[in-house]
Write a protein that binds this ligand. Sequence first.
Ligand code: 5GP
Ligand code: ZN
Length: 118
Amino acid sequence: MCIFCKIVAGEIPSNKVLENDEFIAFHDINPVAPVHILIIPKKHVENFQSVTPELMANMTSFIQDVAKELCLDKNGYRLVTNNGKDGGQEVPHLHFHLLGGAKLKWTHLTENDTHKSL
Ligand code: 5GP
Ligand code: ZN
């Protein structure tokens, strides 16, 4: 069972923001922005490349609800999914990073950069 499946099962605690039958949103344990939320399907899907359009349709609505819940819908936010090895995906369970609460910088990072941020 992957680490996010354990969060879904309640075996690992998480600081939840919103939940429904299909998805959970919770605070990232290592935030890189004033607001840093992870949004995952309860069903184990490895990454964006393998998600179905049907699941993404519902996930899109859920992500929009999370942004509203946190009052990020007016000022904006960044939505990121790291896909696979080159994308920097560390947890092999589909998740979107919802980042906000400040005006974010935009950086394109490669292995040669000395720090990790989004
Ligand atoms: P990735 O690099 O796969 O796109 O992002 C994985 C994210 O999961 C990282 O930002 C990391 O801080 C977060 N993370 C890893 N383990 C846990 C955990 O047990 N709880 C929470 N809340 N976040 C986690
Ligand atoms: Zn999983």
